[in-house]
Design a protein around this ligand. Structure first.
Ligand code: EPU
Length: 350
C-alpha cells in the first residue's frame, strides 16, 4: 500500500481549488481498503472518501486520510424478462456508465448524461437531472464499513434517498435510519433498467428540443444527445471553468408562502410537487437578486446560470474555498432579505 504524503488535490476537485491531502491512498480494490483498515497507523485515523471531487468545496488542506476511490469495472449482472441489472464500480466515471449502458441497448440513465463525478458518489447526493433521479433507477449498492472493515449491501429504502440527499450525507441517525457520512466507502452500485422503458420528457428544455426537431417519440440515444447538448449550452464544463454543478438546492415552500412571494414577484419560477408543496427555482431567485457574473476574489457566479458558482481564476490563480463560501453566504443573505427564503448549499464543504 502506497501512502502519498502532501498530495495536491487541485486536479481531484472539479472547482480546481488548490489544496493538499496530508496523506492519500488510492484504492483500486476492496482488498486495498481492507489493507488500510488493518494497518496499525492508518486503521484508526479519521478518513475522507474522495470520488470524482465534483461535489466538494475544499476550504483548506485535508487532514483526515484521503481514500481516493479508483475501483473500476462495469458488467451486466442479470437479465430477466422485465429488466437488466447492471453494476458499476465506484471509481468509474458516471457519464461513461451512462454511455456504456446505452451502447449496449440498455436505456434508462440517458436523462442523467454528462453529470460530472464518479459512480460511487452518485448515490451520496442522489444525483438527478431532467426529471430522473438516481433513486428511480437504483437497485442496490455494496459498501465497506470504515470502522469495522465489514462489507454490507443496501437497497433503496436503506439508502433513505431524498432530493439531493441520502443516508451518506448524514452523520447521526435521523428519522430515516442510520447516518453513514464518513463511516462507509461505497464500492459498487447496481442499477435496474426496465425493459418497458418509456422516455421521460416533461422538462421544458426537452420539450423545446422535440419541437425544434419535430421528433415526438425519441429513442434513449436521442434523449442522451439532447441532454448533452442542453447541458453543454448552459452549464460550464469543469475541465474549462471549475465548478461543482448547482451550488444550492431548489427550496420548497408551502402554497401560502409561494402565494406571498408571487404577490410581490409575479415572475418567480415555481413547480407544484406531488405532495402539494411548491419548489422554487433557486437559480431564478439568485438571478433576480442580480448575482450573475458577480465575484468575490476569484469565485464567481456563472453568467449563464446563476445557480452555479465558478472558479474564475483558472488553474493559475484558483479561487479559494473561503472565497466560494463568502460568495455563497452573501448570496444566501441577499436571497433571504428579498424573498425570506434560506438557500441550502448542495456540495459538501470540507
Ligand atoms: N433560471 C433563471 N436564471 C438563472 C438560472 C435559472 O431564471 O440564472 C430559471 C430558468 O430559466 C428555469 C429555472 O430557473 O426556468 C430552472 O432552471 P434549470 O432548468 O436550469 O434547472 P435548475 O433548477 O437550475 C436543476 C438541477 C440541476 C439539473 C437541472 C435539470 C438542482 C439544484 N439543480 O437545476 O442539477 O441539471 O435542474 O434537471 O436541483 C446539479 O445538481 O448539480 C445540477 C446541475
Amino acid at each position: 500500500m502506497l501512502v502519498e504524503p502532501n498530495t495536491p488535490l487541485q486536479a481531484h476537485n472539479t472547482f480546481g481549488i488548490s489544496a493538499k491531502a496530508l496523506q492519500l491512498v488510492r484504492v483500486h480494490t476492496e482488498a486495498d481498503v481492507q489493507a488500510v483498515l488493518a494497518d496499525a497507523a492508518l486503521g484508526e485515523a479519521p478518513k475522507f472518501v474522495l470520488g470524482g471531487g465534483s461535489n466538494i468545496v475544499l476550504t483548506g488542506d485535508v487532514k483526515p486520510l484521503v481514500l481516493k476511490v479508483e475501483i473500476k469495472g462495469m458488467r451486466l449482472v442479470e437479465e430477466t424478462d422485465k429488466a437488466w441489472v447492471v453494476e458499476a464500480a465506484a471509481g468509474e466515471s458516471w457519464h461513461d456508465l451512462v454511455a456504456w449502458t446505452l451502447d449496449n441497448g440498455w436505456p434508462g440513465l440517458e436523462n442523467m448524461a454528462l453529470i460530472p463525478g464518479s459512480v460511487g458518489a452518485s448515490p451520496v447526493q442522489n444525483i438527478g437531472a431532467y426529471g430522473v433521479e438516481l433513486q428511480d433507477r437504483f437497485h442496490s449498492l455494496d459498501a465497506i464499513d470504515l470502522t469495522t472493515g465489514q462489507t454490507f449491501s443496501l437497497d433503496a429504502a436503506q439508502c433513505a434517498f431524498g432530493y439531493r440527499d441520502s443516508v451518506f450525507k448524514h452523520v447521526s441517525s435521523g428519522p430515516n435510519g442510520l447516518g453513514l457520512a464518513g463511516k462507509a466507502l461505497i464500492t459498487r452500485v447496481r442499477f435496474l433498467l426496465r425493459k418497458d422503458w418509456k422516455p421521460v420528457l416533461g422538462y421544458l428544455d426537452l420539450e423545446r428540443k422535440m419541437a425544434e426537431t419535430s421528433i415526438s417519440n425519441p429513442t434513449a440515444q436521442q434523449i442522451f444527445e439532447w441532454v448533452c447538448a442542453i447541458r453543454r449550452a448552459k452549464l460550464p464544463d469543469p475541465a474549462v471553468i471549475g465548478n461543482a454543478g448547482s451550488f444550492f438546492k431548489n427550496p420548497t415552500v408551502t402554497q401560502d408562502q409561494c402565494d406571498d412571494i408571487i404577490a410581490r414577484e409575479p415572475k418567480v419560477v415555481h413547480y407544484l410537487l406531488d405532495d402539494g408543496r411548491i419548489k422554487l427555482a433557486a437559480g431564478w431567485l439568485i438571478d433576480a437578486c442580480g448575482w450573475k457574473g458577480k465575484t468575490v476574489g476569484n469565485a464567481g457566479v456563472y453568467e449563464k446560470q446563476a445557480l452555479v458558482l465558478v472558479n474564475v481564476g483558472g488553474k493559475e490563480h484558483p479561487c479559494t474555498g473561503g472565497e466560494v463560501m463568502t460568495l455563497a453566504k452573501a448570496i444566501q443573505t441577499s436571497v433571504y432579505e428579498r424573498f425570506g427564503i434560506r438557500l441550502e448549499p448542495e456540495p459538501v464543504v470540507v
